[in-house]
Structures are given as C-alpha cells and as structure tokens.
Write a protein that binds this ligand. Structure first.
Ligand code: ZN
Length: 292
C-alpha cells in the first residue's frame, strides 16, 4: 500500500487535513465493505481530486455517495469532480441552486463584496484557491432530505442529520455510530455572514446540547487542524454555555461580563474565550437591531 495523506481516525473513518491558506475544509470518508461515503466536496476540483487520488492509493471501496454538510462555497465547489450521487439537506440544495445562477468571476465577486452580499474573506479565498474559474460547474444534490437519513455501508453506518445553528441554518452532521465519530463540519462555528462573527444563545444552546449527547470518541471539525476528543468537546461546550449565559443575564456590557467571568482568577481570559464573548455580544446586537 502506498503512503497516503489521509489520516485514519478509526476502523472505517478517514479524513484529509484542512488547509487554512486557501480555506480548504476537512474532507472525510466513511468506508464500509460495500460502499464509501464522502463527507464534503472540497473548495475546488483540485481539492476534490486530491481527496479522490489519496483514497485511490488506499484501494478502498469506491465512493458511492457524496454528502454535503452545508452550502458554503468551500464545501461544495469541488462537486464536479465526483461521479457519485450527491446527498444534502433540502435547504442546502435550495441554496446551491441559487449559487448556480450567480456569476463567479473576479469582477462579480468584487461587486458583491461592495454591495455587501459577499464577504471579503470568501472572495479572497475563492480567488486564491481557484484563480481561473471559467470551468466552474455546479452539480445539484441528486437526493435531498428534511431531517435525517442513514446509510448502511456494510459493517458500518453513516447517519446524516440536519442540526442547523448560527453558522448556516442548513448545517448537517455525519455520525458514524459503530466508530463513535461525529463529523461536525462547520455547525459550531459562528455566523460569518451578518456583520461581525456572531453567536446566539437561541441557536447555539440547543445545538451544543445535541452535539454532546452523541456517543462519540472524536469530533471532526470543518476547519480545526485536529479532531477533538470527547472530553475536550464537553469542556468546550461548557465554556460556550457559561459565556453565553453571562451575556444572556447581563446584556451588552462587556466590562461587567469580563469581571464576572474572571471571578477570583488573577489570570486574564484567553483569546478563545474573548472571541466567544465578542461573538455572543455581536449576536445580541444583531438581535436588538432586528427588533428595532
Ligand atoms: Zn461554512
């Protein structure tokens, strides 16, 4: 067997590292005796083909289905490289249909950033990953679902479940019960598309409750360099909840919340906690803006 860039996390589950330099997300493969399910298409055909060639080196069962976790460009722009039927949530399909009608040239992207309908970060990463997009072709999901579906791949199952959240309302996770692995993709990240990065307690709290309820050894994130072990996930969920609760109780008063969170500790809050706090505060301001 030749060396592969794929990481193997459990008996049936493989993943390809994300690459922050052009915002390539983690891609996954769940390999059963009869079939392989791919998790996310990647952010270009080049990215998709890297996954496919690394899988081919391992001589595993052929990809039978491609599952998309949400509509964001970095998870779907690679679709044209796959022969397998594409499976996604109804809302993901709807959003991708809207994307097929858009012009993805540099000029059009620049214009949308100016209008405020695209964000600078995505524009810059799209240009960096795929400078000549004249051959960009979308393929829409062949199968779509409303709540969840399950594949039996032979000796291992793959459950795809819509979970929503702040990052994208169409977010789905992929759970592999036999191996205790959850592909979270981006569902626990902030919303990037409405002003500063933001979280809302209304969407995040039920989502973290659901995520920690899985019998999981590892959680594979869309853009984190390493999968997160269960104990670390529980600690992270607790941190999100505690900061969110402070924001809910105190309102838009950063100083007071910082003081409360710090408690008797002489150490300053770490950068991650400060980012979470600022995301909840941004979510609160968005909500107030919508209510006025
Ligand atoms: Zn995303």
């Amino acid at each position: 067997m030749k060396q592969s860039l794929l990481n193997r996390i459990s008996e049936h589950v493989y993943w390809l590292d994300p690459d922050a330099s052009t915002d390539r997300p983690t891609l996954g493969a769940v390999v059963g005796r009869q079939a392989t399910v791919i998790v996310d298409a990647g952010n270009s055909p080049a990215h998709a083909n890297l996954l496919l060639s690394e899988l081919a080196k391992l001589e595993l069962t052929k990809p039978r289905y491609l599952v998309l976790t949400h509509w964001h460009w970095d998870h779907v722009f690679g679709v044209s490289a796959f022969d397998a039927p594409i499976v996604a949530h109804n809302e993901t399909r709807r959003a991708m249909k809207a994307m097929t009608g858009l012009d993805w040239s540099d000029e059009a992207l620049d214009r949308r950033v100016e209008e405020g309908t695209e964000i600078e970060f995505c524009r810059d990463m799209i240009k960096a990953e795929w400078p000549d997009r004249s051959n960009l072709r979308f393929k829409l999901p062949d199968l779509s679902f409303a709540t969840q579906l399950e594949f039996d791949l032979g000796g291992v199952r793959c459950q795809v479940k819509h979970v929503g959240g702040d990052h994208a309302s169409d977010s789905s996770i992929v759970y592999v019960p036999e191996d205790c692995i959850v592909f979270l993709s981006d569902c626990l990240y902030e919303d990037l598309h409405h002003g500063p990065r933001n979280y809302t307690t209304k969407k995040l709290f039920p989502l973290i409750d659901e995520i920690v309820s899985y019998d999981a050894d590892y959680y594979v994130w869309g853009h984190n360099p390493e999968p997160m072990p269960n104990t670390e996930m529980k600690e992270f969920a607790q941190l999100l909840r505690s900061i969110g609760e402070h924001v809910e109780q105190t309102g838009d008063n950063r100083e007071l919340i910082l003081y409360a969170l710090q408690g008797t500790s002489s150490k300053d809050l770490d950068d991650d906690s400060l980012e979470i706090l600022d995301a909840f505060l941004a979510g609160l301001r968005n909500k107030e803006l919508m209510e006025t």
